[in-house]
Design a protein around this ligand. Structure first.
Ligand SMILES: [Zn+2]
Ligand SMILES: [Zn+2]
Length: 420
């Protein structure tokens, strides 16, 4: 074999793709029921968009983006996340002029050049929402409820939700300053990344996965006395709304999520089956992002779920598995004349809404029956020279093994009736 998929990417094959579709379809159903509409943005964007929004000194932007200069000397990146593109689209297309408040969802691949491991691919897939245009605390709770509803609908159980309140830009500045101060005499013991972070963007030390850094940071810094009255009140309201829906959560003052744009509520959903990469979804509020990108000053809140991790969690738990879609009817033929007849019958069946297929490999009848089995066909229609001469086909119910002869002209109605 001369060619292989790029490191950190993978093919999603038919034996698996129906499970992905099942999750996507269930998510779409939940989104509709919450009043969210789909938005599809390009996978490539100007690199500057992510530097401005996600933040220059975040791991995502400084280490993980797939960036390149195109033939027109433009700096372009494969999107590493979905929020910045959606906010860009909201502003560029003046969606706020239609209705300032927009509830949007997206599904698709994202790209980050991390070291590939279980549950962490370089092309990974996210389902996410961005509700742009409201600062209401009920929206934070709705977005969290929506995330839970999707996990429920796809059969993910035993996940846990952690919340934190980052506060507004001023609060974050105070938090940042406090972190810097708390770590000033411990800098030498931190990892090289954290040494830089303390100088350039102290909040990002809380993202560090290094156990030594975690211990030092948590030992020298006890969080959250930095919230202004407004931000404190907002978070209390969010919790009240969550309580009103009996949503269980824990407060974790060290959750900051690795993106600069978050303000106030941030949250993370983890699943025990996933090992060290246990985050299955995360999100939060980003009240300054839209205005910082040249759009209206509106509040916003969103989340992204990792589809690859949902798949892993489903594999590792004994949840209900998606059923592979079945075929209504498979037509087995013997001989070229039967094949021609079957070809038109098949088309009539498909046009009437019956799903069907036939043999294109000149296989033996026995082998064709195996194909029908593999496709999960509920009925097999057998047409050979004898049937052709009589103007009828043998209709076999694969579950009951019952067979009956049906006239060609009655086939569509008969099968339509039985396949209901
Ligand atoms: Zn504040
Ligand atoms: Zn570190």
């Amino acid at each position: 074999m001369d060619y292989k998929a790029i490191k950190g990417t993978k093919d999603i094959l038919p034996g698996e793709s129906y499970v992905w579709q099942d999750i996507e379809n269930k998510a779409r159903g939940v989104f509709s029921s919450f009043g969210y509409e789909e938005i599809r943005t390009p996978v490539i964007e100007e690199t500057a968009l992510f530097i401005k929004s996600v933040g220059e000194n975040t791991d995502i932007v400084s280490k993980e983006m797939f960036s390149f200069v195109d033939r027109g000397e433009r700096n372009i990146s494969l999107r590493p996340e979905g929020t910045a593109p959606v906010v860009r689209a909201y502003i560029e297309n003046n969606l706020d002029k239609i209705s300032q408040f927009q509830k949007l969802y997206y599904m698709g691949p994202m790209f980050r050049a991390e070291r590939p491991q279980a549950g962490r691919m370089r092309q990974f897939h996210q389902i996410g929402v961005e509700a742009i245009g409201s600062t209401h605390p009920a929206l934070d709770a709705e977005v969290i409820r929506l995330l839970a509803a999707i996990l429920d609908s796809v059969g993910i159980k035993d996940y846990s939700l952690k919340l934190n309140n980052l506060g507004c830009a001023d609060d974050k500045k105070k938090l940042s300053g406090a972190l810097k101060e708390a770590l000033s005499d411990k800098e030498k013991a931190l990892c090289d990344d954290c040494k830089k972070r303390v100088k350039l963007n102290p909040l990002r030390v809380l993202d560090c996965k290094n156990e030594n850094c975690k211990t030092i940071i948590r030992g020298s810094f006890k969080a959250a006395k930095f919230l202004c009255e407004d931000c404190d009140a907002h978070f209390k309201e969010v919790l009240k709304y969550l309580d009103s829906l009996n949503i269980k959560y824990t407060i974790d003052p060290y959750i900051v999520r690795g993106l600069d744009y978050y303000t106030k509520t941030v949250f993370e959903v983890t699943h025990g089956s996933l090992g060290s990469q246990d985050a299955i979804g995360a999100g939060g509020r980003y009240d300054n992002l839209t205005s910082s990108m040249g759009g209206p000053a509106v509040g916003a809140c969103g989340f992204a779920l990792g589809l690859d991790r949902i798949m892993l969690a489903l594999e590792k738990t004994s949840g209900e598995k998606a059923q592979k879609p079945r075929l209504d009817v498979f037509i087995s033929t013997l001989g070229e004349n039967a094949c021609s007849k079957a070809f038109t019958i098949l088309d009539a069946l498909r046009s009437s809404g019956v799903s069907g297929d036939m043999d294109y490999e000149k296989k033996s009848l026995k082998a064709q029956m195996r194909t029908a089995d593999r496709l999960g066909a509920r009925f097999v229609l057998i047409i050979g020279e004898d049937e052709l001469a009589r103007g009828e086909a043998v209709l076999r119910n694969m579950a009951t093994k019952e067979q009956a002869s049906v006239k060609f002209e009655e086939l569509v109605n008969t099968i339509k009736e039985r396949a209901k």
